[in-house]
Write a protein that binds this ligand. Structure first.
Ligand SMILES: Cc1cc2nc3c(=O)[nH]c(=O)nc-3n(C[C@H](O)[C@H](O)[C@H](O)COP(=O)(O)O)c2cc1C
Length: 350
């Protein structure tokens, strides 16, 4: 139904412009969230049937209770405009952002491309977002959402790389009271130099500063919050191992694996394969699963992993769980398979 009827209409709405279709979808979700009771009714329909008052799929990871282990990945609802609606299609948690300390428009359009034959997307959005101050105000207005909220933070384009730490710390400070966990995004390919923050030296400095800020906010009376690191699928295994050492050494609570890839092997020959940006969707599935499996093996399962990349059907989610993921997230699969995908994954959870 979604693929035959809804998707063609959505794609046409945007007159072929993938970003317009994305905005229409997000707006539709925002409106759905405004209908009283819609989200609760939806999560009963699309979530996992409750048993003895407890959802069969609920689980606790890094001290947080997740009603379902299937979440919305960062980038879809960057500014948190549709947060009341996501549970209605079965999501058990949402990651907003990536937000930056300064509001910014992102890269020039077009910056989002659909490679339909591959169920893939290339994006070079460049952290278009309203800024962490605006997000804090919006989250304050929502009050309790009733599900765990992750907040992804990144570096503003105007901030030089040498001042990146202050940029991240500012956003963490503004948003600390509103997030259940924080994702440090050092893996987007669309902000020049950002991925160099994955290098051991830079990362150690950044994570030490973020944990110091978190500690002082905790002393000031806020609850401690887990800090996670989101990594690229393009790192070598030795780079991942170094990164893991830094993460465990600085008290990181988990890894989000992975962001989009700059590799094009999975879509070679496609007319849009040469577009600059990060590739997501089906061609990423195997890469992400490999990274998740590597982290799980390397840490002996001690560091929880959120698996993300290329989930377009329930078996893709199963592969990430099998590789050792404690939770999973979806983005591109939602574009190609529609909201029913989340229900299907929930129904077939391990
Ligand atoms: C249009 C678009 C924008 C994205 N923006 C962000 C972002 O702001 N922050 C981030 O951490 N990941 C971002 N991502 C990456 C996703 O969160 C996810 O890691 C990646 O797309 C792989 O998952 P998927 O194959 O299910 O899409 C974005 C992805 C897409 C397609």
């Amino acid at each position: 139904m979604y693929r035959r009827v809804v998707r063609p209409v959505l794609y046409r709405l945007g007159r072929g412009d993938a970003e317009v279709a994305h905005e229409q979808t997000l707006n539709g979700m925002r409106l759905l969230g405004r209908i009283p009771g819609a989200a609760a009714a939806g999560s009963r329909l699309f979530g996992v049937p409750a048993r003895r008052g407890h959802s069969a799929s609920a689980r606790t990871v890094f001290g947080i209770r997740f009603p379902s282990p299937v979440g919305l990945a960062a980038g879809m609802d960057k500014n948190g405009i549709a947060l009341r609606a996501w549970p209605a299609i079965g999501f058990g948690f949402v990651e907003v952002g990536t937000v930056t300390a300064h509001p910014q428009p992102g890269n020039e359009k077009p910056r989002l491309f659909r490679l339909v034959e591959h169920e893939a997307v290339i994006n070079r959005m460049g952290f278009n977002n309203l800024g962490s101050e605006a997000l804090a105000a919006r989250l304050a207005a929502y009050g309790d959402l009733g599900y765990p909220l992750g907040i992804s933070i990144g570096k503003s384009k105007v901030t030089p790389l040498e001042e990146a730490i202050e940029d991240y710390v500012t956003s963490l400070r503004r948003l600390y009271r509103y997030g259940d966990y924080f994702a440090v995004n050092v893996s987007s390919p669309n902000t020049p130099g950002l991925r160099s923050l994955q290098d051991a030296g830079h990362l150690r400095e950044l994570l030490t500063a973020l944990h110091a800020e978190a500690a002082s906010l905790t002393v000031a009376g806020l609850a401690p919050k887990p800090i996670l690191v989101k990594i690229a699928p393009d790192l070598t295994t030795s780079a991942i191992d170094e990164l893991l050492q830094v993460c465990t050494g600085t008290g990181v609570a988990g890894i989000i694996a992975t962001n989009t890839t700059i590799d094009r092997a999975g879509v070679s020959g496609h007319p849009l394969a040469g577009e600059t940006g990060g590739l997501s969707g089906r061609p990423l599935a195997e890469m992400s699963a490999k990274v998740v499996a590597h982290i799980h093996a390397e840490t002996g399962g001690a560091l929880p992993v959120i698996g993300v990349g290329g989930i377009v059907e329930p078996s893709d989610a199963a592969r990430l769980f099998d590789a050792g993921a404690s939770l999973v997230q979806v983005y591109t699969g939602l574009i190609y398979r529609g909201p029913g995908l989340i229900r299907q994954i929930n129904r077939r959870l391990p």
